[in-house]
Design a protein around this ligand. Structure first.
Ligand code: PAF
Length: 287
């Protein structure tokens, strides 16, 4: 696997692959790779001649008081895992390579309508940071396709919209959330959980599943289901930020005619902010 820390070397390689007509698949990450990330690499591998991953802990998407400094950085382990899973190139720039002026770049990319709701309401500026860095990475890697995990469902919707609005010639490929055997969605932040919190954490996914079943039975309104979800999370020891049912395509409030919805929740458990979601096709679940 080739490892690039600077932009010009990365560009020389990817452009030579592109001239040869090779399909380039891209997986952006912040490192500390787990099996969820590796499934994204494998998915890119199936569809591409060359797979490029990036590891960059992007300061722009962390708010004040968030875990930018403490975010786990495990470079050499990550490199071995990428090699084992068939990655061809890793772009791992220093912060100064992507943001030479330091701090906030003058040009930013923002999808405001999708960025200030749900997680964005609790993490102001987060999706602006994500959209800006992903736009930069797309311009550097120039991939044909890029794989994003469905665990970060709002991020996926934001990136899709950015790609559409700014005419990036990149296919966004969603990948199913990787889960532990007890259902907990894989996340680098799971390692912040104490043993006791780790035992409670699967309740988040369990409550989402209960809401899916209840939605299908039609006995409760979406509002009642969300209130019940929030109460159950609090009861289990979480500090929930939200439990919501939204239209899957654009995260709008659900209307009566919407058949494809997503049930999303975010909740703190100790130091870890956990997020998860389940997409639901109401056509097939309604009883
Ligand atoms: O999902 C992530 O790991 C990050 O938000 C991303 C897409 C790599 C941008 O920094």
């Amino acid at each position: 696997m080739d490892i690039y820390q600077n932009i010009s070397e990365l560009r020389t390689s990817v452009r030579s692959w592109r001239r040869e007509g090779q399909v380039i698949g891209f997986v952006p990450t912040m490192g500390n790779l787990h099996d969820g990330h590796l499934s994204l690499i494998r998915k890119a591998r199936e569809r591409s001649d060359r797979v490029v991953a990036s590891i960059f802990v992007n300061p722009l998407q962390f708010g004040e008081g968030e875990d930018f400094d403490g975010y786990p950085r495990t470079e050499s382990r990550d490199q071995s895992l990428l090699i084992e899973n068939g990655c061809d190139a890793l772009f791992a720039p220093a912060v100064t390579e992507l943001y030479p002026e330091g701090g906030m770049p003058v040009t930013i990319v923002e999808v405001p309508q999708l960025s200030n709701i749900l997680c964005g309401a609790h993490r102001p500026g987060h999706f602006r940071g994500v959209a800006t860095v992903v736009a930069k990475l797309f311009n550097l890697v120039e991939p044909d396709l890029a794989v994003f995990g469905e665990k970060d469902y709002q991020q996926l919707v934001v990136i899709r919209r950015m790609v559409e609005d700014l005419c990036f010639p990149v296919e966004i490929v969603p990948a199913t959330t990787g889960r532990e055997p007890d259902g907990l969605a894989m996340s680098s932040r799971n390692q912040y959980l104490t043993d006791n919190e780790r035992a409670i954490a699967p309740v988040l996914f369990a409550e989402l599943r209960k809401a899916v079943e209840a939605l299908g039975s039609g006995k409760q309104t979406p509002e009642e289901l969300c209130r019940a979800g929030l109460a159950a999370l609090e009861e289990a020891g979480f500090r929930p930020d939200y439990f919501e049912i939204r239209r899957a395509s654009d995260l709008a409030q659900v209307g009566e005619d919407d058949l494809r919805v997503v049930i999303m929740a975010a909740a703190w458990l100790g130091r870890a902010r956990l997020i998860d979601n389940i997409q639901v096709d109401l056509e097939y679940t309604s009883g």
